[in-house]
Design a protein around this ligand. Structure first.
Ligand SMILES: Nc1ncnc2c1ncn2[C@@H]1O[C@H](COP(=O)(O)OP(=O)(O)OP(=O)(O)O)[C@@H](O)[C@H]1O
Ligand SMILES: [Mg+2]
Length: 428
């Protein structure tokens, strides 16, 4: 019978075979010297033996030694076998306990099993049965500790997997940030290269510069300098994202930002023959968003508004300060409108509302749900990366703002940005 084999005969799993296994330790608990000694003789060649003549000693031994199996007599003076079982399981939950019984009631036996005794053997015991019971208990103990170790290994593995997932997500975010930097820097770079070309045309063949030429160059250089500053600001912002820093730049009034935006838009190649107007905002406030980010958001929306059709159309930026929180119940996502970032929106007054409206062809209902997805573009690979609106949405989300799009096929589109604001006097 397999269970009667001595513990050394049990085949260890491959990964444990390399390290020599320690002999199992057997605790014998009986208040009568006779049975205690005969059990010692039976098992001394197979296991390390510890002897206890009462419950207190047994529990102390279990606290100080790594015991695999205990054989406990139920009927003992002082602490009963059931109590010893309970305490042994308390100090060493993995210990397997074989109970020795004489004339116990089935209730006592049930209690022993409920307390997770592994087996019980009638006294006086038969040596073969006792050997088999202890060997089975030893085997069970080995298996349980293996399961325990494996569960721990599994837990470690799961932890590692989780870390790996987080790493993957981080590098994905990093990839997105790099793509965003390239997208955002592309705008100012287009302006810079256009202006350098203009200056080249004007002065490359001149042998001396007239006053008007110098003024022309000076004026273009100013714009170029502004654009270079923009590029630096953009890379600084994204590097901040990568290092998870928040930008503590001083707040600038929205009207100043709109004026700066106006300069950028006027010279942007997408402006072409379309009409463009910016209406100043009656109450000047500062958005709770980095100034470069506000310009970046509105510039992206304006460029989209120009690019939506080559047919001449109008683009206008206007806005106002809302003294009350937004009534979100009036917004219903549908084929002509969508509200984004509602979950994260800090809907507390005052709110700055800025709208970029165009009289272009509108956005078809089947396209509307996709326009904020990264890399979605209808402009063809050479003309659009499809990152613009995704960046706009992410910047607004970071600032705890909301973004609404309303479109009518054939009539035009309005993107409205809602941002938490602070009155200018207290803006910091
Ligand atoms: N004002 C608008 N009118 C009509 N369609 C628009 C408008 N704004 C955005 N879209 C649609 O949304 C799509 C996604 O815009 P998004 O700014 O994300 O990328 P893109 O403009 O195509 O590329 P990129 O921003 O890199 O130049 C556009 O390709 C266009 O189809
Ligand atoms: Mg775009």
């Amino acid at each position: 019978m397999a269970s009667a084999l001595p513990i050394d005969a049990i085949q260890p799993p491959a990964e444990l075979a390399a390290t020599p296994r320690r002999r199992g330790t057997l605790l014998i608990v009986d208040d009568e010297d006779g049975p205690r000694q005969s059990l010692r003789v039976i098992f001394k060649d197979d296991y390390e033996i510890l002897l206890a003549s009462d419950g207190v000693t047994a529990v102390e031994l279990a606290q100080d030694n790594a015991i695999d199996v205990a054989v406990v007599d139920i009927r003992m003076a002082g602490m009963s076998g059931i109590e010893v079982l309970e305490r042994l399981k308390y100090v060493a939950p993995d210990i397997e306990v074989v109970m020795m019984t004489a004339f116990e009631t089935t209730d006592t036996m049930r209690q022993a099993l409920r307390l997770r005794a592994c087996d019980y053997i009638n006294k006086p015991f038969d040596v073969g049965t006792m050997r088999a019971a202890v060997a089975t208990a030893m085997q069970r103990h080995t298996l349980e500790s293996e399961i325990h170790t494996n569960a721990e290994k599994l837990q470690d593995l799961l932890g590692e997997l989780q870390n790996q997932k987080i790493e993957e997500q981080m590098s994905q975010t990093r990839g997105e940030i790099y793509a965003s930097i390239i997208h955002d820097i592309n705008g100012p770079l287009t302006v810079i290269s256009g202006f350098i070309q203009l200056m080249n045309q004007r002065i490359s063949n001149a042998t001396r510069l007239e006053v008007e030429d110098v003024d022309f160059v000076k004026d273009r250089l100013k714009t170029i300098t502004r654009q270079v500053t923009n590029c630096i600001e953009i890379s600084r912002r994204y590097l901040g994202f990568l290092r998870r820093q928040t930008d503590a730049a001083p707040r600038i009034g929205i009207n100043q930002l709109l004026t700066d935006l106006g300069h950028l838009v006027q010279v942007h190649p997408s402006r072409l023959h379309h009409t463009f107007a910016i209406q100043p905002i009656a109450t000047d406030v500062a958005a709770r968003m980095n100034g470069t980010d506000v310009i970046q958001v509105l510039l992206n929306l304006s460029v989209n508004a120009f690019q939506c059709s080559s047919q001449t159309h109008a683009v206008e930026i206007n806005g106002r300060v809302l003294p009350e929180p937004l009534d979100l119940t009036i917004f219903k996502d549908g084929p002509e409108q969508r509200l984004l970032n509602v979950e994260n929106f800090e809907n507390t007054a005052p709110l700055l509302m800025v709208a970029v409206c165009d009289t272009g062809p509108g956005i078809p209902p089947e396209i509307l749900p996709k326009i904020f997805q990264p890399y979605f573009t209808t402009k063809g690979e050479r003309h659009g990366t499809g990152l613009g609106l995704n960046i706009v949405q992410r910047l607004i989300k970071e600032a705890k703002g909301a973004l609404h799009v309303n479109t009518r096929p054939g009539q035009g589109t309005t993107f409205t940005v809602y941002l938490p604001a602070v009155p200018l006097a207290t803006a910091s």
